[in-house]
Design a protein around this ligand. Structure first.
Ligand SMILES: [Zn+2]
Length: 143
């Protein structure tokens, strides 16, 4: 990030200083003290922005009814969105899929966004419906 520069002949660069110099990303030469102060200021800025981001995330979770302060844990798979991106068009249904990343309901929380309170498991429901239809067909054929 910063290049250390030990000025041997300051006159070549038009500087008149005794200390070490550092080159910023913009190509400016500054004293190490100034560079370190800038680094500390940037660290403070990162901390501030990180806190703002976390507050925004909490606000978005609250909009979905997920209250982290109230003990809710957002689903790890979808981060609480209830929707996730699947690598193919098969999504949570499985089977043969195309080569398109597809958004669909999260197959961990089933849309609730909460890790410990999933909504109706559509995969299990789908399996049960197929089973019920098979039984119905068998009974109809026997009659
Ligand atoms: Zn989820």
């Amino acid at each position: 990030m910063m290049k250390r520069f030990d000025p041997v002949d300051h006159d070549d660069f038009g500087y008149d200083c005794m200390g070490f110099m550092a080159e910023t990303e913009l190509g400016d030469w500054v004293s190490y003290e100034d560079a370190e102060a800038e680094i500390e200021a940037l660290k403070d800025k990162i901390e501030t922005i990180t806190k703002q981001r976390d507050r925004m995330y909490d606000d978005m979770l609250l909009w979905r009814g997920i209250d982290r302060d109230g003990g809710d844990t957002p689903c790890k798979a979808c981060s609480g969105a209830g929707v996730r991106a699947y690598g193919d068009t098969a999504t949570w249904r499985g089977g043969i899929g195309g080569q398109v990343i597809t958004n669909d309901i999260c197959d961990k929380c089933w849309g609730s966004g909460k890790a410990k309170k999933p909504w109706l498991n559509l995969r299990r429901l789908s399996r049960q419906q197929r089973k019920d239809r098979s039984i119905h067909r068998l009974k109809r054929n026997q009659a």
